[in-house]
Design a binder for this molecule. Structure first.
Ligand code: ATP
Ligand code: MG
Length: 648
C-alpha cells in the first residue's frame, strides 16, 4: 500500500490558532473526565434567558432512550445569532451573498439581518403561525432562506428546510410526515444559469391529498417568473414583510423545545425526520464552528453547502451567526459560468476559510489545474471537507493545487444526526494525514465495536459508535421515537451507532471506511468500499469510482466496481486490466475488483453522495425494485447503468 504521509501543523496556525496540540489534549481530557463541568462552562457561549442549572440527562438504554442538555434553561437561539451582536457588530457584515450570476452580490449587516428576521417573524405571526407549528422552507440560496429559518426560530415555530432540488413528491411526503401548515418558497430559483420552478413544485406538491395541512404559502420574488396564484393561500414575501414591524420579541423556548426538523439525504433508505432542539444544538454548532475553522474576528468564511443540508444549517447559518462571523452564501454551482467559479469567488470576497464536499473537489480536480491556477487564492488559510470519505488523491490535490501547500485541511466527519462535527482535526492542534478525520472533538467519545458489539482496543477496524452523548445530538426521529431507538440504539446496546465503519491507527486517528452496509467481505476479509475506491481513483485515467459487493460462489462476496473515466481516456479492456493490476499493487490481490463496469456517471443523492444501495442492486442483477429513489439527483443515470449492465 502506498505510504501515508503526515502533515504537521503549519506555521500560520502554529502562531495564531486558538489551541495548540497540548491545549487540545488537556481540554479534551477535561471534557471526558467531567462532562457536566465542561459543558456547564461552555454552554455559556450562547445567551440564555433563564440560565440552566441542570446540564445533562441522557440514557442510551434500549428501553428508555432520552437525551437532554441544559434542560432547565430557556433561550431563543436567534438572540445569540442576532440581538447580542447589535451593539458592537450591528454594522458589520453578517452575510455576504454571491449570486449565481457573477455580477450579482450583496452584503447584509447584523442589524439589517435582525430587522429582516423580525419583519418576517411578525408577518408569520399575523398569519397565525405560532410556537410548535412546522414551517417548511423550500428556497434557493438567497439571504431570505436564512431569514426564513431565523424568523421561524424567533417565534418558536419548527423549521423543516427542503433542498430546492427536490421534487413535488418529496415535498409532499415531508410535509405530510411533519404536518406542516406553512411553506416559505420563491417564485423560482436560479442555479447554474437555469431557473428552477420552486413555486410550481410547491403547487404540485400541495395538490396531493397528504399535503392538505398547508394553509399559507409565502412567496419570495426572486426572478419575477410566471407562476400560478391561489388566493387566500399564497402571499408575497415582500408584501407581508413591508407591512410588518421590524422588531419582534423573541419567544422564550425551553432548551429542549424543537428548533428544526431536517430530513436526512436518503443515501440508505427512506429519509428520516431528524429533530434538533434549541439549546444543545446551538452550543455545539457554535463551538465546533469556532474551533474547527479557527474562526477569529475578521475572517471571511465560506461553506459551499446548501441550507437544505445539515451542513448549511450548522455551518452557514447557526454556528457562524452565533459567533458573530461573516458567512458567505453562494446561490450558484461550482462550474458556472466556468470551473474557476469557486476560486473567483474566493478572490472577489477574500475568503479565508473554504468548506466543501469531496464530490465537488473530485469534479473540480477532473477539470485540471489550470482553472485553479488562473486565480490567486492568496486569502485562503483553511480548507474543509465533509460528506463522504475523501480519497487521499483528492485530498492531495486540494492541498497542493488549491491550497498551494500553505493551507491546512480539516476533514470533518459528522452526520445530520450529530448536529455538528464529531471527528476532525483542529488547525493548530492536529498533524493531519490525508484521508483521516483524525481525532474526536471535545466531549465526543468514539469507539469501535465488532459485529457482536464488543469494544475493540488499540489499532482496529469495525463499527463506529459513540459511548456517550454530546449537546448537538439529535433527540428523536420526528413523530417516531421508536424508529429513533431502532435505527441508532438497538444494533449495539448502550451505544449510539453511526452506521459507519472506521479504522483506528497507531496514533489513535480515526479513518472512516464508509457505511457498514457497504463493507465488503471477500473470502473472509473485511474491507471498506472507500479503500478500494481510493485505489481506483488514484489511477490517472479515473475520475470517480464506486464499489459494491455482490454474491460470489467462491469468495462469498465479489467486488463490483463502477468506474468513470476522465475526459480523453477510452473505455477499453486493456484499461480494465490495467486498473485491476493497479489495485493489486496499491492494496493487494484481495481487493482486486472481479468486475469493472464503465459508468458515464454514478447515481448520487442531491447532496452529491454516491448511492451504493442502488449500485448494489444493479451489480446483483436485482433490477425490479430499486427502493426509494426520490432523493436521486439524476434518475436517468440508473437506466444507463442498467443498460450497460446487460453487457457484463
Ligand atoms: P441517510 O442517513 O438518509 O442515508 P446520509 O447518511 O447520506 O443519508 P448525512 O447525514 O448528510 O446523510 O450524511 C452523513 C454521512 O456522510 C455519514 O454517516 C458518513 O457516511 C458520511 N460522511 C460525512 N462526512 C464524512 C467524512 N468527513 N468522512 C467520511 N464520511 C463522511
Ligand atoms: Mg445517514
Amino acid at each position: 500500500m502506498s505510504e501515508i504521509k503526515t502533515y504537521p501543523v503549519n506555521d500560520y496556525f502554529s502562531e495564531r490558532a486558538l489551541l495548540n496540540e497540548d491545549q487540545y489534549k488537556a481540554m479534551y481530557q477535561a471534557s471526558i473526565d467531567d462532562p457536566e463541568a465542561f459543558w456547564a462552562e461552555h454552554g455559556k457561549r450562547i445567551d440564555w434567558m433563564k440560565p440552566y442549572s441542570k446540564i445533562k440527562d441522557v440514557s442510551y438504554a434500549h428501553d428508555d432512550v432520552h437525551i437532554k442538555w441544559f434542560y432547565d434553561g430557556t433561550l431563543n437561539p436567534t438572540v445569540s445569532c442576532l440581538d447580542r451582536h447589535l451593539e458592537i457588530k450591528g454594522d458589520q457584515t453578517a452575510i455576504i451573498w454571491e449570486g449565481d450570476d457573477p455580477t450579482q452580490d450583496a452584503k447584509v449587516t447584523y442589524r439589517e439581518l435582525y430587522h429582516k428576521v423580525c419583519r418576517l417573524a411578525n408577518a408569520l405571526k399575523a398569519r397565525g403561525i405560532k410556537k410548535g407549528d412546522v414551517v417548511t422552507i423550500y428556497m434557493p440560496m438567497v439571504v431570505e432562506a436564512a431569514v426564513a429559518m431565523l424568523a421561524c426560530a424567533r417565534i418558536g415555530a419548527i423549521h423543516s428546510v427542503i433542498f430546492g432540488g427536490f421534487s413535488p413528491e418529496s415535498i409532499a411526503g415531508r410535509v405530510e410526515d411533519c404536518q406542516s401548515n406553512c411553506i416559505i418558497t420563491a417564485d423560482e430559483g436560479v442555479r447554474g444559469g437555469k431557473t428552477i420552478p420552486l413555486k410550481n413544485n410547491v403547487d404540485e406538491a400541495l395538490s396531493k391529498p397528504g399535503a392538505a395541512t398547508v394553509k399559507t404559502v409565502v412567496v419570495y420574488e426572486r426572478t419575477k417568473g410566471d407562476i400560478e396564484w391561489t388566493e387566500g393561500r399564497d402571499v408575497w414575501y415582500h408584501e407581508i414583510t413591508e407591512a410588518a414591524s421590524d422588531d419582534c420579541p423573541a419567544e422564550e423556548m425551553s432548551a429542549e423545545d424543537p428548533l428544526f426538523i431536517l430530513y436526512t439525504s436518503g443515501s440508505t433508505g427512506k429519509p428520516k425526520g431528524v429533530m434538533h432542539t434549541c439549546g444543545g444544538y446551538l452550543v455545539y454548532a457554535s463551538m465546533t464552528h469556532e474551533y474547527i475553522f479557527d474562526y477569529q474576528e475578521g475572517d471571511i468564511y465560506w461553506c459551499t453547502a446548501d441550507v437544505g443540508w445539515i451542513t448549511g444549517h450548522s455551518y452557514i447559518v447557526y454556528g457562524p451567526l452565533a459567533n458573530g462571523a461573516v458567512t458567505l452564501m453562494f446561490e450558484g454551482v461550482p462550474n458556472y459560468p466556468d470551473v474557476s467559479r469557486c476560486w473567483q469567488v474566493v478572490d472577489k470576497h477574500q475568503v479565508n476559510v473554504f468548506y466543501t464536499a469531496p464530490t465537488a473537489i473530485r469534479a473540480l480536480m477532473q477539470a485540471g489545474d489550470e482553472p485553479v491556477k488562473s486565480t490567486s487564492r492568496k486569502s485562503l488559510r483553511l480548507l474543509g471537507t465533509v460528506g463522504e470519505p475523501i480519497n487521499p488523491e483528492a485530498w492531495e490535490w486540494y492541498y497542493h493545487v488549491v491550497g498551494e501547500e500553505h493551507c491546512t485541511i480539516v476533514d470533518t466527519w459528522w452526520q445530520t444526526e450529530t448536529g455538528g462535527v464529531l471527528i476532525t482535526p483542529l488547525p493548530g492542534a492536529t498533524p493531519v494525514k490525508p484521508g483521516s478525520a483524525t481525532r474526536p472533538f471535545f466531549g465526543v467519545q468514539p469507539a469501535i465495536v465488532d459485529n457482536e458489539g464488543n469494544l475493540l482496543d488499540g489499532v482496529c477496524e469495525g463499527n463506529l459508535v459513540m459511548k456517550d452523548s454530546w449537546p448537538g445530538q439529535m433527540r428523536t426521529v420526528y413523530g417516531d421515537h421508536q424508529r429513533f431507538i431502532e435505527t441508532y440504539f438497538s444494533t449495539y446496546k448502550g451505544y449510539y451507532f453511526s452506521g459507519d465503519g472506521a479504522r483506528r491507527d497507531e496514533d489513535n486517528y480515526y479513518w472512516i471506511t464508509g457505511r457498514v452496509d457497504d463493507v465488503l467481505n471477500v473470502s473472509g476479509h473485511r474491507m471498506g468500499t472507500a479503500e478500494v475506491e481510493s485505489a481506483l481513483v488514484a489511477h490517472p485515467a479515473t475520475s470517480e469510482a464506486a464499489v459494491v459487493g455482490y454474491p460470489h460462489d467462491i469468495k462469498g462476496q465479489g467486488i463490483y466496481a463502477y468506474v468513470t473515466l476522465k475526459k480523453g481516456h477510452e473505455e477499453t479492456d486493456e484499461l480494465i486490466q490495467e486498473l485491476k493490476d493497479f489495485v493489486r499493487s496499491e492494496i493487494g490481490g484481495i481487493a482486486v475488483p472481479d468486475i469493472i463496469q464503465w459508468a458515464p456517471a454514478v447515481p448520487k443523492t442531491r447532496s452529491g453522495k454516491i448511492m451504493r444501495r442502488i449500485l448494489r442492486k444493479i451489480a446483483c442483477n436485482e433490477l425490479e425494485n430499486m427502493g426509494d429513489t426520490s432523493t436521486l439527483a439524476d434518475p436517468s443515470v440508473v437506466d444507463k447503468l442498467i443498460e450497460n449492465r446487460a453487457h457484463q
